[in-house]
Design a protein around this ligand. Sequence first.
Ligand code: NDP
Ligand code: 2IT
Length: 444
Amino acid sequence: MNVEKILNDLEKKHPGEVEYLQAVREVLESIEEIYNQNPQFESAKIIERLIEPDRILTVKVPWVDDKGETHVNLAYRIQFNNAIGPYKGGLRFHPSVNLSILKFLGFEQIFKNSLTTLPMGGAKGGSDFDPKGKSNTEVMRFCQSFMLELWKIIGPETDVPAGDIGVGGREIGFLYGMYRKLARENTGVLTGKGIGWGGSLVRPEATGYGAVYFAQEMLKTKDTDFKGKTVSISGFGNVAWGAAKKVNELGGKVVTISGPDGYIYDKEGISGAKIDYMLELRASNNDIVKPYAYEFKAEFHEGKRPWEVKCDVALPCATQNELNEADANNLIKNGCICIVEGANMPSTPEAIEVFHKAKILFSPGKASNAGGVATSGLEMSQNSMKLNWPAAEVDQKLHQIMKDIHSACVKHGKGSDGYVNYVKGANIAGFLKVANAMLDQGVL
Ligand code: NDP
Ligand code: 2IT
């Protein structure tokens, strides 16, 4: 495989799609060696077939606001690869959404879903619709209008969307309601559903819990754990919330959360009612963390990111490319020993290089945030069986999956000096399963 040639060709076809090209480059560089050792991959053009999505649905979504004014948004569903199971992945509603961001997320999802050990292919979707400041009825009308198009290409055995940034339980409810009407079926076609209508216990917490379970395994390799550790978290959404809960349970102290307006530093620790308050902040639809500072007498650092704070463990849980080279150097200078991505691709390639050079624990989102989609997979299993598992059972399965993903990363990422490159490990382990499935099934 000639990585530079493949990337050049891809860039010619998709100029300026920086996030997509960034995600593809990382995977190609990780798998290059193993790919070249297996000529059957090259002769079946596995990589050329894997880096382009199977199909992309683009639709316009007209909707009417509470004042009677009409708006038009763009929405997409990218079905990337379904060699090992139905297309699966979240929907993101954020003004920054474009094809490059969704292709990067869909591409990452292939390997993440493969790592979960469950039969799920990769997909992603979303819209440039901004939920900020919208009323419930406006969000409902947007979701219903989007589903009028989306339902034609999804189904419980075809493609199963879920939430991501800007899409939580409320949006999944509106989307599912419309799907059910159109399809005239109650199926498990979306995950993250309400507990009373097909949802799984622990799904809301799963991404954050999973990331912390993964971090626990990483810390274990250094004979340590979360007890007494200071933890910096970014974001204040679904993933950040679940992670904060689990860190507290394991005896760690969370000292930061962040939003687009800046970050909160609470040296007393973000625990108990303060974690519940994160849900209020999200539900307020304002997208700011500043009110936390008044509520709990904590510091607010306007326009800044939390990576300047002294911590033992860092959990970036907001969005892509939110932790750069300077941030990485700061974390290391301040004694951070472990960085675990809760978000998708929050560290820039330069930041990852800093972590790898320093040989400290670093794990990529596709491994450490896989608990969310894994629990979505468990929701699909429960829907198929028309059964609900108790919370403890789901949590135990989630925990085991995160341990298995950690083992797969160690197996494929451990170097001769004993240092584990989790990026390499995750990419190779995720790739091999999908590539072998594609080989078995012929050229399609
Ligand atoms: P939420 O919408 O609940 O929260 C997202 C958080 O990130 C908010 O604090 C949000 O603030 C911030 N954020 C989003 N976009 C930007 C931006 N462009 N610049 C700065 N801050 C931003 O989403 P989730 O918690 O669900 O998602 C967080 C991350 O975790 C994402 O990378 C997502 O892809 C990933 N993830 C989510 C999973 C899930 O199951 N929910 C599973 C696996 C990964 P604001 O919106 O105001 O910018
Ligand atoms: O990035 C992700 O893995 C998610 N947003 C969750 C996807 C899912 O299908 O649960």
